[in-house]
Structure formats: structure tokens, C-alpha cells
Design a protein around this ligand. Sequence first.
Ligand SMILES: [Zn+2]
Length: 52
Amino acid sequence: MKTKERYVFLECTVCKERNYTTHKRLKAAYKLEKKKHCRRCRTHTPHREKKL
Ligand SMILES: [Zn+2]
């Protein structure tokens, strides 16, 4: 059985810069949110997924 995955952006919740791409399973109900380093904010900020 294949697991379908799709690519999503990880967008900085502070400045809205799209800093990262990642992928997750299609049927995943949760929203990805990760602490990542943002170049524009020059610090670690929460990044939330956005569809490509
Ligand atoms: Zn930022």
C-alpha cells in the first residue's frame, strides 16, 4: 500500500516568510507546527504549514 504524501510550506507565523518545505501524509488531520529558525526574524519562531 502506498502512502500518499504532499508537499507543504512551513511559513513563519511572525513575518509570513515561507522558509521551509516539508511533506506530510495526505490523510493526516493535524496541522504541522514547528519551531524553526527564520532568516528574516533572525530567531526561532513557530512555523505553520501552508499548502503549496
Ligand atoms: Zn519570520
